[in-house]
Structures are given as C-alpha cells and as structure tokens.
Design a protein around this ligand. Structure first.
Ligand code: GCW
Length: 707
C-alpha cells in the first residue's frame, strides 16, 4: 500500500483525514485498469483508517451475472455496467445503464454524480473520470452522503491542463536547481542525478490529480547540456517518473533544445528543413515512445533569451514547430511551442522598439501554418508575468492555431513565496476576459477551442509554471499551495469563483485536521488571501507599468533597476510624468494589435482602465484617473495602503495564534514569511514614494512621511 506522503512532508490539501467521510462507508469500485486501481487503492486506504469497506469488481460480459448483493453507500463505476451491478436497485434509475441519457457522454475525463435512495453514485465513461469523480466526493465530505442530489455532469472545460517545471538536472550556477523556484530543490533531480524519492513524486501526482492537472513537463524550458540527454542516455529517468505519474492520469512531457541534433550527435546543423535533422528527430521521438508509450510531447523555447531556434537557419517558427510535430505525430504527441520570443538585447535609447509587440509580430502572420499537433503556448500577458498586464493580443489573433495560455504559479514577480499573493483572482480575470468584447468568446474559450471558440481550432489548453520544490510544505510559503490548487481547479472550470476555490483548498487542507471550530481559521485565511493579489499590486509597480524590481533575481523594489538595460522593460519616468505610449496615434502602435473594442478602449487615455493606464499611455503626474485621483497621489495612496495591508495580515495571523488551529511549525513558517512581507512592503512603499516625490516634487495630499 502506498503512503499518503513521505516522512517529514506536509500533506498539503489531502491529509488522510480528508477521506474521513468515505473511509467510514461501504463503497463499490467497478471497472478495470490502472486508474480504477488507483481509485480502489485510495478508498481502501481510507477504509483501513476509518473502518469502512470497499469491494472491487472487474467488469463482466453480459449474461455473466455478478455474485452477491451488497449494499453500498458509494458506487464508483464505469458507465453502463452490464450486467447490472449487485445492489443495483440502489443505483438511481436515471443513472442505471439503460436509463442514462445517451446525449450526455462523460468523455475521457468527465463523470456524472448523483445521489438517490441513500446511495451516492459516480459514473464515468473512462477510468480518469472515476478518479476525478472520487476527488469530487472527497471535496464534498459528509455532504456527499446526505439528502438527494440530481445527476450533475462534470467535464473539464479544457482538455490539456499542464504544469511546466523549470527544474534543472544539474545545479545551474546562477539559477540553482529550479529556475525561479522558491521552494527549495527539485522534487525530481538533485545535483545532476535523479533524487530517487518516488514516494514524493507520487504524493505530488496525487495532489495534482485532485486539483485536475493531467500533464507535466519535467524540465526547464532553458535546456542545458545535461537536460538535453533526457532524450538519450537519461531517458530512464523520464520513464521512471512517467511510471509514477501515470496512475494519476498525468502524462509527462519534456522540454527539448532546438539544437539537440548538434549538441548530442554533432550534426553540422539543426536546420528544420534539413533531411538528416528531420530524421534525427523522428528517431529521437521513436526512442522516447519506446520508453514511455503514453509520452505527451515536447515543450520548446526557441529563439528566446539565448535559446537556439529556427531563426539561426533563416527558417520560420512554423518550420521549426512543424518539424517536431511531424516527428511526434505517429505516436500522438504534441509540441508546445512557446511564443515568448522578443529581442532581449534592445537599445534602451530606441523608443520605437516595443517588447510588448514582439509575440504578435512574430506569430500572428503564421496563423494557419502550424500542424494540428502544434500548440502555441502564449504567456497570458504581452510582457512577462507581471502583477498586472493586459491580456496578450496574440490570444485573439490566431483563430486557425491551437493556443494554450500560460500562467506562472511560481511567484517570480508576485512576492516569490515570501509574500502572500493568492493568484486565483488574477487568472480568473484573464480567463473571463473577452478579447472581442461582450458576448464574444472568452480567453478560456480560446484555450478550450472548438465549439467553445465558435468553431475555431481545437484548443491547446492551459499551462502554468509550477511552484513546487522539495520544501516540507511543498511551496516554501505554506499558503502558496493555494495557487497550485487553484490553477488546477480553474483549468478544469475557468468560471469557478476563485474565492470559492480558495475555500475548497482551506476545507481540504486545514479543516480535516483542525480540532474544534474551524471558522476563525477560515475567516482569517480569507481575510489574508482573498484580496492579496490586488494588495500586492498596490505595493509594487503602479497602474500596469510593471517591473521596478531588482534585476536578476526580481525580488524587492528598484524603480530604475531595468530602466537603462537591454531588456525592453521601461517606465520612462521623468520630471513631468511616466508610462509607455503604446497608442497608434503617437506611440508604438501596440494598442492596434487588439481587435475592437479593446483597440479603441486602450488607445484612449480617458477610456483605458486605470489599472492599465501606464501600460498604454505616458501621462503627466497630475493626470486625473477614472477613480478621481491623480496619478502621483494614486501612487502614494496605494503604497501606503499596501504596506498597511501587509501589517494587517500579520496582525491577523498573530491573533490566530499557534495553538490548536494550525500546527505550531506551520504557524511559525507563515509568521516568519509575514515578517519579511511587512518589511518588504515598507521598502516598496518608501522607495517608490520617494522616487516619485523626488521626480515630481508633488507632496502627498495627506502629508504622510515620504523619506
Ligand atoms: O520570466 C522570465 C524568467 C526566466 C524564464 C523566462 C521564460 C525560464 O525570468 O527565468 O526562463 O521568463 O518564460 O522563458
């Protein structure tokens, strides 16, 4: 029997106690195969702890009746069981094989959930659906076993729900074991070798499956020499990890370097139109699939921040992606080709080059040229995972291309897991954004594709960079676990309310292990977390301008840190005002990359939403926002407020105390991070306010102290 977690590791959102309601009941698990085995094992473990019972039935052929006639509280069965299950009289008629509505297939991963006559039933067409249905019952807890429940069909909104690990096999001299990782080392590798701690990986797979994730890329998109060998002599590492993810319905993918044929086998070129190069990739793909038959595919960062790519050979990104797609196609694999391509060596003096334009300029003209197993993976904003950006215009520009939208669960620019910053509300806003205006499809619909996207290309799904490491709490800051959970849940159901998702996480993580009334803990966590993304926005770069962070590691304030660098991330503050003019009328023209109505809304300083004003416009400090405040007064007010909110969070957590409601060690870990958050928020407040006071000479209207 597997353990729920390796020794010394916090259970995150599935402590054994979360299975209490199921563990004390009688369950029938019906179906064959690996994932049904996982379902059975999960229930069996719960029953061993809480005294319930579980029966496992392999499907039989018609005419061969089941023995026995058990009575069950919970039935988890593959659809249309024939002959009828024992105790089938208890299965609601509407869900019995013969009575089920034929127009409602559950698909590969969906399930129907109902309760009638004292039995809770999960029916699925395929094993993965049973697994997701089981976790739904876990979320419901006791309430899964009370009253009646009309049949509900649950299916994921997007097919591919993927986490990318930026894990290195070797320790990188600057980036460490995990690039932009804030949770210790990799859970896969340590110092160039597999960690071999597969129990930890299994526990991770289980957490991901319970949140809805079904794909993982194992290594950093910046591919160094050792990671290139994951395609050859290190393929065994990949197969071992795939074996652990598989029972939880998760496929593994690999990031590959575009120059692999040169690096690994000394080919003279990696030109995607070269016959030998194409044969090399076909052979590499075959090798991978022999080791991992359900391998997901390749992730590629090409011609980006120094990574090799097709531009070296005068070829397009469609040429590059399609070559890999052809190699993977015979096996059903997919290429995730990243659209994060821009000039990272631009001249800061040149005001006409605009990094925000780059992805659209490179990729929009290629719409329709990518093979159907290429997914173009687009960061949600045009720059780089800032606390506030407009939605990337690429998302609305490529109706004939499979698009995936990429988020960053790891908090590179949102507090690095030192700060509480619950990102669910940001992702929810992005997913619900309608690039073509009211009544037109949302970003989530583009990621879902097909019918949801008005008959557009099949969707590429949702992807996010993982925030997990070998830290005992998984994510450094224990409350950062909520971001990982929320990504999976919002990828499954983008319309879910992010605050309700947070509540689910609290229910699954803390409530099962609380002795006594959980309400004070619940309300404290909501008070600290619900609005923490907006609070972090108030603390840092104002009104959508972004950056102002310390170069390199990206933590803490440095208003001019990137101002005179080649990275294309400028605020252009002078004595009169700040912001980037991205209008068509007088600026870089970026606003024109959007369809109407947003092209018009963003073009106009009067209509542009306040929170994005400085992303699109260069305005004087005295410019009056839609809120009624001036830009400079807004900067002061938000920075004072953000620092005060951090202090308030700390007060709430201290008030909660270490006794009883949360383990003392966890309380201490959060308390220590809150001290740092308060310190850092004051630093942001003072540096940003002092900077703009000195530039503008405008005093704070309320006479507060600006150093
Ligand atoms: O945000 C930037 C990060 C890089 C990262 C890059 C990317 C993996 O600072 O560390 O590289 O984005 O998304 O490729």
């Amino acid at each position: 029997m597997t353990t729920h977690r390796p020794a010394g590791v916090h259970a995150a959102w599935l402590p054994p106690e979360a299975f209490r309601a199921i563990g004390s009941r009688r369950t029938l698990v019906h179906g064959a195969g690996l994932l049904v085995g996982t379902v059975h094992q999960e229930v069996e473990q719960a029953c061993a702890r809480y005294g319930g019972a579980v029966v496992r039935l392999e499907p039989r052929t018609a005419g061969e009746p089941y023995d026995g006639d058990g009575t069950f509280d919970l039935v988890l069965a593959l659809s249309a069981p024939e002959p009828p299950l024992p105790g089938a009289a208890q299965v609601p008629a509407c869900l019995r094989g013969e009575g089920r509505h034929p127009a409602q297939p559950t698909g590969d991963e969906g399930y129907t959930l109902a309760r009638q006559g004292g039995v809770t039933v999960v029916l699925a067409d395929a094993p993965a659906g049973l697994l997701y249905g089981l976790f739904h019952v876990v979320r419901l807890g006791e309430s899964a076993f009370g009253g009646d429940r009309a049949p509900e069909l649950h299916r994921p909104a997007v097919r591919s729900r993927m986490l990318d690990h930026w894990d290195n096999v070797d320790v990188h001299p600057v980036m460490g074991q995990v690039e932009r990782g804030y949770s210790g080392g990799s859970i896969f590798w340590r110092d160039g070798a597999p960690r071999g701690d597969l129990a930890r990986v299994r526990a991770y797979a289980r957490l991901l499956a319970a949140s809805g994730v079904n794909a993982v890329a194992l290594n950093n998109v910046n591919v160094h020499a050792t990671e290139t060998r994951l395609l050859t002599d290190r393929l065994g590492d990949v197969a071992a990890l795939a074996d652990v993810f598989r029972p939880y319905g998760i496929r593994v993918h690999l990031s590959v370097g575009f120059a692999s044929p040169v690096v690994l086998d000394g080919l003279p070129t990696a030109d995607p139109l070269d016959r030998e190069v194409r044969a090399w990739w076909a052979e590499a793909a075959g090798r991978v699939y022999r080791a991992v038959p359900d391998f997901g595919g390749f992730v590629v960062k090409a011609d980006s921040e120094g990574q090799p790519g097709p531009f070296t050979y005068g070829r397009s990104h469609a040429d590059g992606a399609n070559m890999l797609a052809e190699a993977l196609a015979p096996f059903g694999g997919v290429v995730h080709w990243r659209a994060f391509v821009y000039d990272h060596q631009q001249d800061w003096r040149d005001r006409s080059t605009d990094r925000a334009r780059a992805a659209f300029d490179h990729f929009a003209p290629l719409d329709g040229e990518f093979h159907s197993n290429v997914v173009l993976q687009v960061k949600h904003g045009p720059m780089d995972f800032q606390v506030r950006e407009p939605v990337s215009p690429v998302i609305a520009a490529m109706p004939a291309t499979r698009l995936a939208v990429e988020f960053q669960v790891t908090q590179e620019y949102t507090g690095q897991q030192q700060h509480v910053c619950y990102l669910g509300p940001m992702w929810s806003e992005v997913l619900g954004f309608r690039p073509w205006g009211a009544d037109a499809p949302t970003v989530a619909a583009v990621a879902a594709g097909g019918a949801a996207y008005g008959g557009g290309a099949e969707g590429g799904g949702l992807v996010a960079v993982s925030n997990v490491g070998d830290d005992p709490y998984w994510t450094g800051h224990p409350l950062a676990q909520a971001n990982l959970y929320a990504f999976g849940r919002l990828a499954w159901e983008p319309r879910a309310d992010p605050v309700a998702v947070l509540d689910e996480w609290i229910d699954l993580t803390f409530v099962p292990v609380v002795s006594g009334d959980p309400e004070p803990l619940r309300s404290t966590l909501h008070a600290m977390m619900d609005g923490s993304w907006r609070s972090y926005e108030r603390c840092t770069a104002p009104l959508g301008i972004g950056f102002m962070v310390r170069p390199g590691h990206h933590y803490g304030p440095d208003v001019d840190g990137y101002e005179y660098t080649p990275w294309g991330t400028y605020h252009f503050a002078d004595r009169d005002g700040l912001g980037v003019d991205r209008t068509r009328a007088s600026g870089t023209g970026f606003a024109g990359q959007y369809p109407a109505p947003w092209s018009e809304v963003y073009e106009s300083p009067e209509r542009c939403p306040d929170e994005l004003l400085l992303f699109f416009h260069h305005v004087p400090y005295g410019h009056v926002l839609r809120s009624g405040s001036t830009v400079v007064q807004h900067i002061y007010d938000t920075h004072f407020a953000g620092a005060e909110e951090a202090a308030e969070s700390r007060r709430l957590w201290q008030k909660l105390g270490a006794g009883g409601l949360v383990e003392p060690a966890l309380h201490a870990r959060v308390a220590e991070r809150l001290d740092e958050q308060v310190r850092s928020a004051e630093e942001w407040q003072d540096q940003v306010n002092a900077y703009f006071f000195r530039k503008s000479g405008v005093p704070d209207a309320h006479g507060r102290r600006i150093p």
